[in-house]
Design a protein around this ligand. Structure first.
Ligand code: 9D3
Length: 253
């Protein structure tokens, strides 16, 4: 899978490409990430990428020409193929596990990172094939969102994760489609490791008991409890047994 990132801050991506999952995916040949400096697609002496908004108002807007030129240059590398172009913008559809899943099947993806007050609307209307936001909070530009889209997508490409993790991932995607949820569409249960007692705080006794039936029940109940308290919206979609429902009823009393 190849990502072409169009940005005025290519350097911004260096550290994330040199660590963890993205580095591994590139080293193993599963992923190619190419960074393109938007300023290289300007034609004036000052490499101008932005201008004042028509109609007035604060801030600056990305000019359309350099963005179109950058994407045209990429398109000319394989003119016969359709090229998905994602504009990262606060007006986009929300990134979810289901969206990442959808993107992971694509062979090549262009990511346009905006800055300032925004990007000339003709980019969204006539160039981008998709517009994505990573959530309802204000960031300064599309670079962090582009990195988030790449990480969420690449880890779903077969072979990128180890076998163990990828099996787990399958159940995420199929049963839940929620990044916060486990294979049953619930929030994860608490996890502990040694020491069994830390600053007077003891690990729940049941986890030390070796009774796997009880441990399974304890984990399931903690998952249900946490989901009910923090993300009741997930319960509506979760796969619940009769026993789960009885436990939830008992919580509500
Ligand atoms: C202060 C400017 N805002 C006025 C209401 C609009 C605005 C313009 C540009 C807000 C943020 C940005 C820059 N953000 C992105 O380009 C962006 C983004 C985000 O801010 N949040 C979540 N996802 C994304 S994807 C791209």
């Amino acid at each position: 899978m190849t990502f072409d990132v169009i940005t005025i801050f290519p350097e911004f991506f260096r550290s994330i490409l040199e660590h963890g999952l993205l580095k591994r995916a590139m080293a193993s040949g599963h992923t190619t990430i190419r960074l393109h400096d938007l300023r290289e697609f300007t034609d004036d002496r000052h490499h101008t990428v932005d201008d004042r908004p028509f109609g007035g108002g604060p801030g600056m807007v990305f000019k359309p020409e350099p963005v179109f030129r950058a994407v045209d240059a990429l398109r000319s590398e394989a003119p016969e193929k359709a090229l998905p172009v994602i504009l990262l913008s606060p007006q986009g559809r929300l990134l979810t596990q289901a969206v990442a899943e959808e993107l992971s099947h694509v062979e090549r993806l262009v990511l346009i990172c905006g800055r300032y007050e925004g990007v000339d609307e003709r980019v969204a209307e006539h160039l981008a094939t998709d517009e994505i936001s990573i959530g309802d909070f204000v960031l300064s530009g599309g670079e962090l969102p582009a990195a988030v889209v790449m990480e969420a997508t690449i880890r779903l490409v077969p072979g990128v994760l180890g076998n163990e993790e990828s099996t787990e991932q399958d159940s995420f995607a199929v049963a839940a489609g929620q990044p916060s949820a486990n294979g049953h569409g619930l929030l994860d249960c608490p996890h502990y490791t040694r020491p069994a007692e830390f600053r007077d705080w003891k690990v729940p006794e049941v986890l030390l008991s070796g009774n796997h039936q009880q441990i399974r029940q304890w984990r399931r109940r903690r998952s249900l409890e946490k989901t009910w308290k923090r993300r009741p919206d997930l319960l509506a979609e979760a796969a619940l047994s009769e026993e789960d429902r009885r436990w939830l009823e008992s919580l509500k009393m």
